[in-house]
Structure formats: structure tokens, C-alpha cells
Ligand binder design. Sequence first.
Ligand SMILES: *Cc1c(COP(=O)(O)O)cnc(C)c1O
Length: 389
Amino acid sequence: MKLAARVQQVTPSLTLAVTAKAKAMQRDGLDVCSFSAGEPDFDTPAHIKQAAIAALKAGKTRYGPAAGEPELREAIAAKLTTENQLPYSAENIVVTNGGKHSLYNLMMALLDPGDEVIIPAPYWVSYPEMVKLADGVPVPVQTTAAAGYKITPEQLQQAITPKTRLLILNSPSNPTGMVYTPDEIRAIAQVVLEHDDLLVVSDEIYEKLLYDGASHCSIGTVSPQMFARTIVSSGFAKAYAMTGWRVGYLAAPAELVQAVNRLQSHSTSNICTFAQYGAIAALEGSQDCVETMRQAFAERRRGILQLVEQTPGLSCPTPEGAFYILVNIGAAGLSSLDFCNALLEEKHVAAVPGVAFGVDDSIRLSYATDMATIERGLARIGEFMQAHL
Ligand SMILES: *Cc1c(COP(=O)(O)O)cnc(C)c1O
């Protein structure tokens, strides 16, 4: 069958491929230690589920406005205003099928063929593919472990061309876990503001998962000028363990929100109505559940970092956010894909090859799993390294 060039240029997700293979091995009865998960291993907090059940019982089962339930848009705007110092109102918010969908819709609403999007690498797998699907040109900028995997103002300056339309920032980052400091954010904003038509999308889906006293700074807080150039993408999946609910949002200047709304009105329409009531409860209810999960992640993070440090041949910078570490495996002399395939075959440990994120000397380990798995898995990775050094 002749398929559209649009889909032929898109690479299938390597993350999902590894996870699928690991799951198949588990089904065959093998004891697999999986570090490939891109989601919290916790269940959605009970009060959030209750709110969705109540909404379902109250008949919130019909079409709603394509941009989202007015009450949820209000609640998101209020959260961004008070918590993040981003003065949005409901008209600046569009509710989407997760943060992934909000980014996809943004690319579709913003990019013309040939428009360039700067993507600091290592990057989240979907960014370049979304840009390509929207006929844009992804421009990856390789960052280094020594620079904390953060793009420098000089690198940004060099990557900008007359065709550059957008910069993607993701802090805390998937896959590196790194967090930009307020000073680093300000330095980037300065470069952005020197270029008239350049916008920034700030993917803040991991903003709540911070450790060692790190703080989250949205680039939109730098100045009113920068706020006007900022688009925030986020969602409920990571902070509230709601990955399967598919609720996210985009916050942006009203004109852009209206464009995304137009797209949604002809593609998805509104996202699941009663799921949106769960999201309202997530924002308006107690935030203790978020802190409880964060503390669990913090403990696992300490544990996994210690074990990596003790393993000959492995190294990684200390990340301050999300629930991933990007571990350098260069000492083994294998490509990241060969490394992960052999690790899964020989030691029954699932990890995601760095090549999926634009770095072939590393693998991503997710610590959204229990301590026992972390200990067992790292022991096996240690044996694997010993055999390959
Ligand atoms: C998980 C994730 C998202 C969005 O996930 P959704 O489930 O679609 O809300 C966005 N960006 C990054 C970097 C992520 O890891």
C-alpha cells in the first residue's frame, strides 16, 4: 500500500518497542527488571478517581466545548497564575488529550513548511517527529553531560536562522532529569528576545518532581515581553499519576489558543468529559498526594544514583528532577541499541537506548519502579558491564 510521505518519514517509538519486548518476556514467565517505564508506578489518587466517578454519575457524559470544560480552563489558569506566576486567564487555555497532544497541536497550528524548531538534545522522543509531521524542520542541538545536558545561550544563538520559529525547552527533562536554574533560563530568554519572531514552548510536565531543593522556573516569568513569546505545555499524567486519563493543556496567547481550538474542533473535539472533572479535583484538592509520590521518587533516586556510582564503567550527571537518569555506557563499546538488546537478552533488564533521544553513548533508566527492582536490576547491569569492559 502506498502510504503518505508524512507518516513514512516518522520513526516508530523505540521506547515502546523495548517496553513491548520486556512485557512479552514477562508474559513468558521471565523475571524482567524494567527501567523503561515513562510513567509513575502509582495508582491515581482516590479523590481524583472519585471526582470522575461522581461526574460520570451526574451525567457528564456528553460533548463539551472543544477547548475544554470552562471550570477546568479556569482552574488551570488560576494554578498557572498563583503557582507559576504566569498571568493566564481561561481564554489562554486549551485542554488537550495529554501533554503530547498539546505539543502536536501546537506544531500543527504554528509551523509552515520549512520552519525550523530548535530542540536541545538529548530530547524527548516525540519532539522531532511532531515537528516533521507538521512539515517543520527539527534542528537538534547537542548538549553535553559536562554542561548538565542544557543548551547554552551561545549554542542557541548559533542555531538560530531566519527560519527559526520555535525553541523547545523541557525542564525538568525527559530523558536527562536535568533542571535549568532561574539564571540559565534568564540567559536563554535574553537570546530569544533578540529575535523578533522566535517563540518558546516550555514543556513543564515534570515541574512537580524536583529534588535536592531545586526549583522550577518557567521562562514566561522572566519578563512581560518573554511571557508574550511563551507557550506552556503541561498535563496531569506525571504529577498525579494520571497517564491513562489523557488530560493535558496548552497555555498561550489567545490567538494561538483559538487556532488550536479550531484544529481540535475538527479532529478530536473535547477530551473525555468526565476525565476533565478528575483533573479539576486534582488541581483543587489537597496536594499531599503529589508530595507523597515525590518523596518516594526522591528515595529511589538516591538509591539508583548510589548504585550507578558504585558500578564500574557507568556514570551519569546528578539530575534534580523527573524520574529518569541518563547513564553513560560508552565504556562497554556498544551502540545504545545493541547494549539494550543484549542487556535484555542476557540479563533480563529493560532500558531505553539513548539513540531514541539523540545520544548513542547512553541509556535511559526510569526509577518509577520499586527499590527491590532497582537493586536487583543494577546488580545485573553491574554483571553485564563486567562482562563487556
Ligand atoms: C510524559 C511526557 C509528556 C506528556 O505526556 P501525556 O501523557 O501526553 O500528558 C510530555 N512531555 C514529556 C517530556 C513527557 O515525558
